[in-house]
Design a protein around this ligand. Structure first.
Ligand code: AMP
Length: 485
């Protein structure tokens, strides 16, 4: 199997352990806060000290759970998951959390990320007698962990499994009533830890912690295992793997995460405003009006407009495109034709802000080019004199194997086109992207600590048929002692 193949899991995960309160509601609220990370399915698994309870269903969080479902999810500890839709639609066998009972106890697993050696591991586990019900990564991790739990304690078992799975993962795991959080040794996907009045929470993004009126403590560190006390009284930390460099996904900061989340110590909104300012510094152009593509371009456009306004006080920042908030993300539409329709359905120009004017349209990224092409067209139809496009990320030239559903290489408009060719393809008067260095700067990370696979074509993981951007060693162990905290 090609290592990048198989369903990628672009998702949101959460886990909570509380003193004396059912976990179902807080988990349900946090999944609402993480809904942008996945709209395909939602699920919760809890444990009441005796047995596991689970409810997983296709659809949005609000549709997947009824009051009785939450009622039935007994116990003060649990994990939850929202799953992103994949190309080609819905795959119920991959809905999560994955839960199963083994001789070594009841396991529940929620995964965000994508492994690059699933095929290998699955073959090995199958030859040892493990039977699989889905073709996802998560089940492979669960079986491997269950196997390791037969002859080691929890910490060692997790460490052994981490040593065997390669790729990106942020996991929340339940082993009986213990809730764990694990982040891959390069910290590719986000995961953070927070404190509640009566317990602790692990979540893909800090916005989920805010929703529960909790306090963000910190990001889970790359290669770290965090174990929550089942009674909500504390947590233990084990730095199981330590690598010299990280491979944080820059696209979380650019597009995927909520602007009100703090990821790797940076408020996403501020990072995006800085990216907008950098965009002005690198490629500012005279304009009458600066306009975001809602909602993804908003923070970029506000940073860009601020910087532009410092030079020319007449530049106006205007919302010239109105969004129909009931239309989901364009990528849910499986065919190109439907995607084009979706853009028109989603956005409508406000003529008076556009007519007879030079417009600078700001978005976070160009993937296939569908959105930009349609919007440039729409703005011209609405009377724009000139349309200049400014993009808060570098050109996306290669697919993501690490967990963001980005499209295949053939579909990426910039994969085999120069910026001038992309400009011509989307029909803008001018087009500028942001440089990779500006991105690293704005999100406060060195280039060496970022995963830049989709903008360089060189990956920090060992993907079959693709280049790597670093020495790929299997992770180096640093011992299983509890880290200071
Ligand atoms: P496209 O229309 O294919 O060029 O996609 C670019 C638009 O989709 C931009 O407005 C982005 O905000 C948004 N976008 C970028 N990446 C993704 C993704 N992985 N999933 C869904 N939407 C995305």
């Amino acid at each position: 199997m090609h290592h990048g193949e198989g369903p990628t899991e672009k998702c949101g995960v959460v886990g909570v352990a509380l003193a004396d309160r059912e976990a179902a509601r807080p988990l349900y609220y946090s999944l609402y806060a993480l809904q942008h990370r996945g709209q395909d399915s939602a699920g919760i698994v809890t444990h009441d000290g005796f047995q596991q309870h689970g409810h997983v269903e296709m659809g949005l969080v609000g549709d997947a759970f009824g009051p009785e479902d939450l009622e039935d999810l007994k116990g003060s500890a649990g994990i939850g998951h929202v799953r992103y839709p994949t190309e080609g639609g819905v795959n119920a066998s991959c809905a999560q959390p994955f839960s199963v009972s083994f001789k070594s106890g009841a396991l529940g697993l929620a995964h965000n990320g994508n492994l690059v050696n699933t095929g290998e591991l699955r073959d090995e586990l199958e030859s040892l007698g493990h039977a699989f019900t889905s073709d996802g990564d998560t089940e492979v991790i669960a079986h491997d962990l269950a196997r390791n739990l037969l002859d080691s304690d929890l910490i060692r078992a997790v460490k052994r499994t981490m040593g065997r799975i390669h790729g990106s993962y942020a996991l929340t795991v339940m082993h009986d009533d213990a809730v764990l959080g694990v982040r891959d040794p390069r910290g590719n996907r986000p995961l953070c830890l927070g404190e509640l009045e009566d317990g602790y929470v692990l979540a893909s993004e800090s916005a989920a912690i805010d929703t529960l009126d909790g306090e963000l403590i910190r990001d889970v560190r790359p290669g770290e295992l965090v174990v929550l006390e089942s009674d909500g009284s504390g947590y233990d930390s084990y730095r199981l793997f330590e690598e010299e460099t990280s491979a944080h996904c820059f696209f979380e900061h650019v597009y995927f995460a909520r602007p009100d989340s703090v990821i790797d110590d940076r408020l996403v909104y501020e990072a995006r405003r800085n990216l907008g300012r950098a965009l002005w510094d690198e490629s500012g152009i005279d304009t009458d009006v600066v306009m975001p593509v809602p909602d993804s371009g908003r923070a970029f456009a506000s940073g860009y407009a601020d910087a532009a306004g410092e030079v020319d006080a007449d530049v106006e920042f205007a919302e010239g495109l109105m969004k129909n908030r009931y239309v989901g993300r364009t990528f849910i539409m499986p065919t190109q034709d439907e995607r084009e329709r979706a853009v028109r359905l989603k956005l409508n120009p406000i003529r008076s802000t556009v007519e007879g004017r030079t417009v600078t349209l700001i978005d976070d990224s160009i993937v296939r080019g569908t959105t930009s092409t349609q919007l440039v067209d729409l703005l011209r139809d609405a009377g724009a004199e000139e349309v200049h496009l400014r993009i808060g990320a570098p050109p996306i030239v290669a697919p993501c194997y690490m967990g963001i559903d980005m499209a295949t290489r053939e579909e990426l408009v910039a994969a085999d086109r120069s910026t001038e060719e992309v400009r011509a393809a989307v029909g803008a008067d001018s087009l500028s992207y942001l440089s990779i260095d500006a991105v690293a700067d704005a999100i406060g990370q060195s280039r060496a600590d970022l995963c830049l696979g989709c903008v360089t074509g060189a990956y920090p993981f060992d993907v079959d048929g693709e280049e790597t951007d670093r020495e790929i060693d299997r992770p180096v162990t640093s011992g299983g002692e509890p880290a200071d905290d």
